[in-house]
Design a protein around this ligand. Structure first.
Ligand code: APR
Ligand code: PHB
Length: 392
């Protein structure tokens, strides 16, 4: 039987970052991942980091490549009614965001775990948690046909929305909150220069569109689509035409088209589970909450959970006190719900929900208000760059 202090299930950004921070602070851990390392390193996800996330990655000793390759954005644009309005994040909040793909964050974390000789077990299937209620939980898994067990003090469930950890908790011990949106995002990645220097979020009668990027030569674009859409119905030419129709003319003119190197459809949902600590199990990142991507909060929220949890665990092993681990759920949820609110609000403001023109008129009125009211646009900006971390 293997023995460790913290067994971490899942080697996504949450699990890897937690593992790295715990090891740097002398807390022993083992990471169990269902997929291969190559699979984990190639998943394409979002790409906007709050300064708090950047700081945590630097603290975890995985910030060097990010700091040299990231694009620092001091604002973004809102497109609506044929115009584009710049939200000046720097002027309104003093803060900025960093564009650096989650795929790259994951690669940096994987590389750092290898250098630090972290104990990572890939292709671990049939992960099962036992004894979470007592003082000696165990995690069972199968690898290469052999079943093994890890004895640990705590389990960190960093295994994403479809993971096994949340499902291991009796349903009566958890409360879930969920909203499913009646549309998805069709996204493409292409090696073409971005249409604009900054991101453009566009509200259009045909539906939402987003111009994003991974670098000055690689663009990421999205259009809102129906939940029943099939990728085969979206050859590149149709995607580019639809994208340009939904952007303000000035932006549409600067879109450079090219072959897509990735194309996918993702549904939009808001989901939160409470509490985040059940016995000796902690739920972290996508295992605990999902936000629609509009506010670019998914990875940032996951990092914020890790920040609270690693600190709590380090304090526990340093002092023997359970004060911080007992408060993990309450502290993390305070930030989570604010991000859930913001992501829901920004999604509601920018997407087409129905053919009802009343709804669109309300959106246009609110967007117009944002361009006129410093208070309103500051609220948007301070949520977008990330709310300050609370001390207690
Ligand atoms: N056993 C072992 N590993 C598992 C299991 C299981 N039963 N189920 C899932 N996993 C692994 C997945 O293969 C994945 O590598 O857990 C990992 C979870 O990673 P993510 O889904 O990326 O979740 P998280 O690390 O919390 O990252 C949050 O990802 O989806 C985005 O918007 C989200 O940016 C946010 C970030
Ligand atoms: C992305 O680049 O994938 C991206 C950027 C901003 C968002 C969502 C996704 O709000």
């Amino acid at each position: 039987m293997l023995r460790t202090q913290v067994a971490i299930v899942g080697a996504g950004p949450s699990g890897l970052l937690l593992s790295q921070l715990l090891q740097l602070h002398g807390v022993d851990n083992i990471v169990l991942e269902r997929q291969t390392s190559d699979y984990v390193a190639s998943r394409i996800r979002a790409g906007v980091l709050e300064s708090g996330t950047v700081d945590l990655l630097v603290k975890a000793d995985v910030g060097a490549r990010m700091l040299s390759e990231r694009l620092v954005h001091e604002g973004f644009a809102l497109g609506f009614a044929g115009r584009d309005f710049r939200v000046d994040l720097k002027r309104l909040t003093g803060d900025v965001v960093s564009v650096y793909g989650q795929t790259e964050v994951t690669k940096d974390l994987l590389a750092a775990r290898v250098v630090a000789k972290g104990h990572l077990i890939f292709e671990a299937t049939q992960v099962a948690l036992e004894g979470l209620d007592g003082a000696h939980p165990t995690v069972r898994y199968t690898q290469g046909g052999k079943t093994r067990e890890i004895a640990c003090d705590f389990v960190a469930g960093c295994d994403g929305y479809h993971g096994v950890c949340r499902q291991s908790v009796p349903a009566a011990a958890l409360q879930t909150f969920e909203r499913i949106y009646p549309f998805g995002w069709l996204g493409i990645l292409a090696d073409v220069p971005p249409a604009a220097h900054e991101l453009v979020y566009s509200n259009h009668e045909r539906g939402f569109a987003l111009c994003s990027m991974r670098s000055t030569t690689r663009s990421r674009y999205y259009v809102q689509c129906g939940l029943d859409e099939k990728l085969e119905a979206w050859p590149d030419s149709r995607f580019w035409d639809e994208l340009r129709m939904r952007l303000p003319a000035a932006v549409a003119e600067t879109v450079v088209t090219g072959p897509s190197i990735e194309k996918s459809i993702a549904p939009l949902r808001s989901f939160v589970v409470e509490p985040l600590k059940v016995g000796r199990l902690f739920l972290v990142g996508d295992a605990a909450h999902i936000v629609p991507p509009t506010g670019a909060k998914g990875l940032n929220l996951a990092a914020a959970d890790v920040r609270v949890l690693y600190h709590a665990l380090v304090e526990h092993y340093r002092t023997g006190s359970t004060e911080f681990i007992d408060r993990y759920s309450e502290r993390a949820l305070r930030r989570i719900w604010k991000a859930v609110r913001f992501s829901w609000w920004f999604t509601s403001l920018m997407h087409k929900f129905s053919d009802d023109p009343f709804n669109h008129r309300l959106q246009l009125a609110e967007l117009d208000y944002l361009t006129k009211s410093k208070a309103a646009v500051t609220s948007l900006a301070e949520n977008y760059v990330g709310l300050p971390f609370e001390r207690s």
